[in-house]
Design a protein around this ligand. Structure first.
Ligand code: ATP
Ligand code: MG
Length: 428
């Protein structure tokens, strides 16, 4: 009776899972099956499916060889054919279909020297990093294949390496970082043996291409609670390797930073500006460059820090407008979010809310904050400065902007021209 019940519950689960797999993905699996091949969705998508989290991309694994996949489907792209991956166009979108594979010896903990096709599904699952990432689901037969206890670990909220963690982390140094990142993203804890294998393999992580590393950092920083990963990263020395200042600070300061980062919304730049708060602006910028964050990410982060340093002490509109003019509205808003996350006293919080309201009113009224937004251009001012363009025009415009920031109602062509006549004389 109990087995029967268990079976029914399981079947119910698999039927539900199958319906959550997008139609095109099921169609691809169905076509492969009809040709006599095995086909499963596998890896991160099955993990997220079982957790009820939104699935980013559906990876399909098949017994068919890449050439066979290319001949079965009309529209394909040989995305990563050396590693067995072919993209199949279905429903107007590409879907990655990868031949079951085992990985040969690893070179320098970076990438396998070779891949081997013609292996079983279990072997393919065995090369994956974590038990929760090593589950396959057949959406046609409606069957879960879970040889390493991944579902059990999902239930327990446990990050655990497939097989021997020491060996697995020595093969590919990125895995420990992926494990920490997933702990943060999923709110999971790390199995003790898995965690213990991180420090001895830091030299392998040190050799991993920085582009792979920064992608994990980004995902970590977008997690609901980055602290859950950062804590393990500090204990195991990953922070010492990637972000040494976060290892050097004392426990109390570190705990404060963790709380701060968690309270902020999941924005990479905002959270980095909290983590880099104790650093000088240029040091954080240099670090972000070394880690290969994009120029845009670096500029945004530094802009948030700059805006935060210059937050006006009063919420009177002219000072708020000047602050917005110098830093831009986006960075200013984030600077307020940053400061709010630091959770200082009631009075500061009150002030930050007043600033937010002030920004809101400036935005709603679309008030001019830059020279570009002035109702008059440099050309109209030329007759006042001897007819020739030059630095004086710029200074005149600056002076006009200064007055407009004080009183936006001055921003009409007529009024500005009038003021410009007076100011031009003063400038001489
Ligand atoms: P995300 O939700 O961020 O996409 P993911 O686990 O799906 O996380 P992917 O990079 O999309 O990450 O990888 C898909 C799957 O490939 C993983 O779930 C895992 O099974 C396997 N995998 C990825 N990277 C590694 C690795 N470094 N070592 C072993 N297996 C890996
Ligand atoms: Mg994925």
């Amino acid at each position: 009776m109990s087995t029967l019940q268990g079976g029914q519950v399981g079947d119910g689960l698999c039927a539900r899972l199958a319906l959550s797999v997008p139609r095109e993905v099921r169609r691809i699996c169905e076509i492969l099956r009809a040709q006599g091949h095995g086909a499963w969705v596998v890896g991160g998508c099955v993990r997220d499916l079982l957790l009820g989290r939104p699935v980013q991309d559906w990876d399909i694994a098949t017994t068919a060889l890449p050439q066979e996949v290319m001949s079965i489907f009309r529209k394909t792209i040989p995305t990563g054919i050396a590693h067995g991956t072919v993209s199949v166009l279905m429903g107007g979108r590409p879907h990655e279909v990868t031949t079951l594979r085992a990985e040969g010896e690893y070179l320098d903990g970076r990438r396998p020297k070779e891949v081997r096709f013609g292996v079983s599904l279990k072997e393919d699952l065995a090369r994956r990093d974590l038990t929760i990432n090593a589950i396959a689901f057949d959406p046609i037969q409606r069957e879960l294949i879970d040889p390493f206890g991944g579902q059990e670990d999902l239930k327990r909220g446990l990050i655990r390496a497939v097989g021997n963690p020491m060996e697995r982390f020595a093969e590919d140094g990125l895995r420990p970082l992926r494990a920490c990142r997933l702990a943060a993203v999923l709110g999971f804890t790390m199995d003790a043996e898995t965690e213990a294998a991180i420090r001895p393999n830091l030299s392998v992580l040190a050799k991993v291409a920085i582009e792979r590393v920064v992608e994990e950092w980004r995902k970590l920083l977008r997690a609901e609670r980055p602290s859950l990963g950062l804590k393990i990263m500090r204990r195991t020395g990953i922070l010492g390797l990637h972000a040494p200042w976060l290892e050097a600070i004392d426990e109390e300061r570190f705990r404060f930073l963790l709380g701060w980062v968690d309270r902020l919304e999941g924005d990479v730049c905002l959270r980095l500006s909290a983590l880099g708060h104790g650093l000088e602006g240029s040091a954080l910028g240099a670090w972000m460059k070394k880690m290969r964050f994009s120029n845009e990410e670096r500029e945004n982060t530094l802009a948030i820090l700059r805006a935060a340093q210059e937050i006006p002490e009063e919420s009177a509109l002219p000072s708020v407008r000047r602050w917005l003019g110098r830093n831009g509205i986006k960075a200013a808003k984030k600077a307020i979010a940053l400061k709010k996350g630091a959770q200082s006293d009631q009075e500061s919080l009150f002030h930050l809310c007043a600033l937010e309201e002030a920004i809101q009113s400036v935005v709603e009224r679309n008030e001019p904050l830059s020279i570009k937004a002035l109702a008059i251009g440099g050309e109209a001012l030329l007759p006042l400065v001897g007819g020739k363009p030059g630095p004086k025009v710029g200074r005149l415009l600056e002076a006009l902007l200064d007055e407009v920031l004080e009183d936006p109602s001055l921003n009409t062509e007529e009024k500005l021209l009038e003021r410009a006549k007076v100011l031009a004389k003063e400038l001489k």
